[in-house]
Design a protein around this ligand. Structure first.
Ligand code: FES
Length: 175
């Protein structure tokens, strides 16, 4: 038996198949000291990456509460990226190791709930790795595009809002 939410999301998935211009929304939690600086370097170096990411700067990847990831998926994100300093480089000694362990546990839990593994991603990106940041973002966007819109945890009110936006878009005259 499919719920109202599921059937609405099916409608969105159909939109993708018909090439309705759907683009995934990715929330990226980036550690201030490495990955955020890496993203900045990508920008300064004019390295191209898909504009689908919305960056949330955090002091350390260890600061990312698993609830932030769940809330992101509930409120309309189609995918989440958490990125921090390489092992041994964390400014808070072992925040990234804690983040990695927490993330692995959460990912297992989300998979049990039916969330596809490709929706939540973890990476290490240093301040000198602008190109790697671009590559990681491109890979995440590509993977999530293949999965279609997130539908498992999404709140009905978020669907109504996005449905309203789609309707508005289709009513808007072509320019
Ligand atoms: Fe970057 Fe901890 S300061 S992951």
């Amino acid at each position: 038996m499919s719920t109202d939410v599921e059937s609405r999301s099916m409608g969105e998935a159909t939109d993708i198949k018909s090439g309705n211009g759907w683009e995934p929304r990715i929330i990226a939690f980036l550690c201030n000291w490495c990955s955020y600086a890496g993203a900045d370097l990508a920008g300064v170096s004019r390295t191209q990456y898909p504009p689908n990411v919305r960056v949330v700067r955090v002091p350390c990847s260890g600061r990312v509460n698993p609830l932030y990831i769940i809330k992101s998926l509930q409120h309309g994100a189609d995918g989440v990226l958490v990125s921090g300093c390489h092992p041994g480089d964390c400014h808070y000694i072992s925040g990234n190791q804690y983040a990695r362990r927490r993330f692995t546990l959460l990912k297992g839990l989300l998979e049990t709930m039916g969330i596809e593994p490709g929706r939540v991603n973890f990476s290490w990106v240093s301040a000198a790795e602008g190109e790697k940041f671009s590559r990681v973002v491109a890979e995440v966007v590509q993977t999530v595009k293949g999965l279609g819109p997130a539908r498992r945890l999404v709140k009905p009110s978020v669907f109504e809002h996005s449905q309203g936006q789609s309707a508005e878009r289709s009513e808007r005259p072509a320019t």
